[in-house]
Write a protein that binds this ligand. Structure first.
Ligand code: AMP
Length: 185
């Protein structure tokens, strides 16, 4: 059973790595960013409400995210494990997750922190060209990350749950380090 949280600045490669690992473990890769982008593309009420925040590089309000996570972790496919990518994103989401996991009788195995320097993050994001990846939004997302998400590094490190991974390496090497986490040799 693998249950992992993925932390790291935007552009650190969380999505890519979380997806590869989830595929290998045959468990769902649960990305709140992907869920929101899909909702936006479909024009659902969630997508419509989230759109402005996403385009400005801000976090969407917790109320749009929490019920969605509660439902997702209780679906059948999530009973054999999961990788959460992009959630939690601030201390109140982290407390909510603690409570929720207790309530539904699950726990996480660890919190992967993909460490990548700022200048690498900016050039990677500019290269990927997503609609919320213009330079001004990127700078704002990094600021939001520093203010709201980075405090979670201490939060999980204080619980001895944090696993630091150097994300400034070739993709395959990072995947290899992550693979060793789930299959300790
Ligand atoms: P991501 O793909 O994880 O970088 O997320 C893209 C955008 O979706 C973010 O810039 C936020 O606007 C929004 N988002 C994703 N996950 C969350 C979350 N857990 N809480 C609030 N907003 C989120």
């Amino acid at each position: 059973m693998t249950r992992l949280l993925f932390l790291g600045p935007p552009g650190a490669g969380k999505g890519t790595q979380a997806k590869v690992l989830a595929d290998r473990c045959e468990i769902p890769h649960i990305s709140t960013g992907d869920i929101l982008r899909e909702a936006k593309a479909k024009g659902t009420p969630l997508g419509q409400e989230a759109q402005g925040y996403m385009e400005r590089g801000e976090l969407v309000p917790d109320r749009l995210i929490l019920d969605l996570i509660r439902d997702r972790l209780q679906q059948v496919d999530a009973q054999k494990g999961w990788i959460l990518d992009g959630f939690p994103r601030n201390p109140s989401q982290a407390s909510f997750l603690d409570q929720l996991l207790q309530e539904i009788g699950q726990r996480y195995d660890g919190v992967v922190n993909l460490e990548v320097p700022d200048e690498v993050v900016v050039s990677r994001m500019l290269a990927r060209g997503r609609s919320d990846d213009n330079e001004e939004t990127i700078r704002h997302r990094l600021e939001v990350y520093r203010q709201q998400t980075a405090p979670l590094i201490d939060f999980y490190s204080d619980r001895n749950s944090l696993i630091g991974i150097d994300g400034d390496r070739p993709v395959e090497e990072i995947t290899e380090s992550l693979q060793q986490l789930i299959q300790p040799s």
